[in-house]
Design a protein around this ligand. Structure first.
Ligand SMILES: [Zn+2]
Length: 496
């Protein structure tokens, strides 16, 4: 039976159903208790319309304006001066240091106005505190506006150096782009209490345990890194879409998507509400973990909710795919050779594509915003990866082919890094079942693979940008090999 088409359709259906969506932006006249992107963007437009590096006149003016706004909402603002850094720590009158802290940085890079990085955070925090404080400043919710983030997380470090010990949960708001879905890409204090609060918050941002693995490999850091090291719990949010505008003059209020602001704001308001009263004075952080979560679980956003799976389940399923794999024979070597040959072809071809892009837009390695429209390059990289797989499939011998290494890779990853490998396991099962000749059964894991890989693909191309074209071309090669499985030899061939 030819099952290639049903498997492809199932995977596409899964990806389409679970492709990240953005909410409509709430208008200026939205109900007072709601978060309104339009209201937040009014702050962004006034505070983040020009560069404001630490120490500049513009930066001092913006810090003063934020302070005025927080005071107007009824909060007491502790202005902390450390050298030329000015942190603002705002709390409801009488509150101790414990509680939920909404964190953003007031400075920007000198190259651009930083509307998303981090005008977004400033606007979201002030609008969230306003929504929470209809009956006076909300107790247990604080704001921390740091300085010197771009120069090396200096303000956050200065703050934790002098902060009294207390149970604190940080909600940090950052940006590495100006549009697209909100990502909650790292947490601190992994525990069921964190996940419960996350569930209660109604936040529909993209959240996956894979992000932390990827993020740890990147040179980027946020204030959250400093807070986490100081023992705070919390959630780190960022926008990733349109990353070619990051740290450029294009990071303007006009380029900041109101729907993205709405999604971040809904999450911050929901999480602050979920945590208020459960942490801080009287509240405490519960570090207890059931034994099956002893290793942090894998989680991902699937069909509007965060699905959590214990790590050992991923390891078990990943390793089990090995047993469904047919016994290796001479053809296995040819298949592996086809895999490496095709991979090499993709690497070389994507390098040539990169060279062509540099030739066309000489400045783009320095300033990615010089590419007028990067999306065609993303598609080119994606189809280069698929082309490589197709090439590898043609050279594969029946039974074993380019997909076998993919199964081995998924099984290995599932054992060593289950929080990241969950994304590879359904594809490995699709390939393994097809290799066994159970193609019809492979439709189900193919659908699950589509569900899980859809959000990954929607995030990673705009996040890595065209600067990383070869990586973008290799990604389908390593994650979609199962779409190109050559089914097992027909029974007539295998009869002995
Ligand atoms: Zn930033």
């Amino acid at each position: 039976m030819r099952t290639g088409l049903p498997i492809l359709l199932a995977a596409c259906l899964g990806a389409a159903l679970n492709w990240p969506r953005l909410p409509d932006a709430a208008a200026l006249d939205a109900p007072t208790e709601r978060f309104s992107a339009a209201r937040a963007l009014k702050h962004v437009a006034t505070w983040a319309n020009a560069p404001r590096p630490t120490g500049s006149q513009r930066h001092a003016e913006v810090v003063n304006a934020i302070e005025t706004e927080l005071v107007r909402l009824g909060f007491e603002v502790d202005r902390q001066q450390t050298g030329r850094l000015t942190n603002l720590a705002a709390s409801a009158p009488g509150d101790g240091p414990g509680g939920v802290w909404l964190v953003a940085h007031s400075d920007s890079v000198a190259e651009g106005p930083g509307a998303a990085d981090d005008g977004l955070g400033l606007g979201v925090i002030v609008e969230t505190l306003r929504a929470l404080s209809a009956d006076g400043p909300r107790h247990g919710v604080h704001a921390l506006i740091t300085d010197g983030e771009e120069a090396g997380l200096l303000g956050a470090a200065a703050f934790v150096a002098t902060a009294p010990p207390a149970a604190r949960v940080a909600i940090n708001i950052e940006a590495r782009g100006t549009e697209g879905p909100a990502y909650m890409f790292q947490t601190a204090g992994d525990s069921p209490q964190m996940l419960q609060a996350w569930g209660r918050s109604g936040c529909d941002a993209q959240a996956t345990s894979l992000a932390r693995t990827v993020y740890d490999q990147l040179p980027n850091d946020t204030d959250f890194t400093v807070l986490r090291a100081a023992g705070w719990w919390g959630y780190d949010f960022a926008l990733l879409g349109g990353a070619w505008r990051y740290h450029t003059p294009e990071d303007t209020p006009a380029n900041l998507d109101p729907r993205s602001v709405q999604q971040v704001g809904d999450c911050v308001l929901g999480l602050a509400t979920a945590w208020v009263g459960r942490v801080g004075e009287g509240g405490e952080l519960c570090t207890w973990r059931p034994p099956w979560y002893a290793i942090p679980p894998a989680y991902a956003q699937v069909l509007g909710g965060t699905r959590v799976v214990p790590a050992w389940v991923i390891s078990l399923f990943g390793a089990a795919a090995l047993f469904v794999l047919p016994r290796p024979d001479r053809r296995a070597l040819r298949g592996a050779a086809a895999f490496f040959g095709a991979g090499l072809t993709v690497a070389v071809a994507s390098g040539l594509l990169m060279a062509a892009a540099v030739f066309l837009w000489p400045g783009f390695m320095v300033r990615t915003a010089e590419i007028p429209e990067p999306r065609p390059l993303y598609f080119a990289a994606f189809f280069l990866g698929l082309g490589g797989l197709w090439l590898g499939r043609r050279r594969s011998a029946g039974g074993w082919g380019i997909d076998a290494p993919a199964i081995l890779l998924a099984a290995l990853a599932a054992v060593f890094s289950p929080v990241a490998a969950y994304i590879l396991v359904p594809g490995a099962w699709t390939a393994a079942l097809r290799l066994r000749g159970w193609g019809a059964a492979a439709v189900l894991p193919a659908f699950v693979a589509g569900l899980l890989l859809g959000p990954l693909y929607s995030a990673i191309y705009p996040a890595l940008t065209t600067r990383m074209l070869p990586v973008l071309a290799m990604l389908p090669f390593f994650t979609l090999g199962w779409l190109f499985t050559k089914p097992a030899a027909k029974p007539a061939d295998t009869q002995e």
